[in-house]
Ligand binder design. Sequence first.
Ligand SMILES: [Zn+2]
Length: 198
Amino acid sequence: MSHEKVFDNWGVPSLEAVLDARERRVARKQRLVETYNANVIAFTMNIPGPVKNTPCISACFFSGIEALLIYMKEHDLTEVEEYLLSTGPEGYFIFPVTASQWAVKRKLVTFEEDHPIGRWFDFDVMDSTQRAITREEIGAKPRRCFLCHDSARNCGRNRSHSVEELVAYTEETLNNYLQMEGKGVFNETSRDFSAGSK
Ligand SMILES: [Zn+2]
């Protein structure tokens, strides 16, 4: 199945554009559930700071898709749409209604936790009744902060880290990851993702 690809630009999006994008993502998921009569996964990047997409962020996104398709091989995922927007890259996948949406969500949470840059990955699952599957209902812990061991929610609320600090850490980690991946370190050191990812 071929999938649709859309690209706009790398500019800094307005707050309005970011909020708009959030609404459009929900609408896209609903449309895909209806079109394919399937469960839907939306893959986005979790990027602190005003800039939501760069060549580096997109490269990490594509690398994430590659690793995801290998990791989720037995779950029969099909990528159907891809958007490289100033508000961030978005990838949409469908999987059969006969599969357990909770098992898939559980595995995606493990992927987010185990992949070297999984903290910057975000996978939303919407089932074929258009219901979002939450981390809470599958018994997963809330997401950790980028920098410390507290929850992201606590650090966000307490403003424990400056945006500059979070942005610098993100750039450093994502760039290092791409470099390592180019050298093959990613393949050799990461047990769970070694099955042919490159
Ligand atoms: Zn923190």
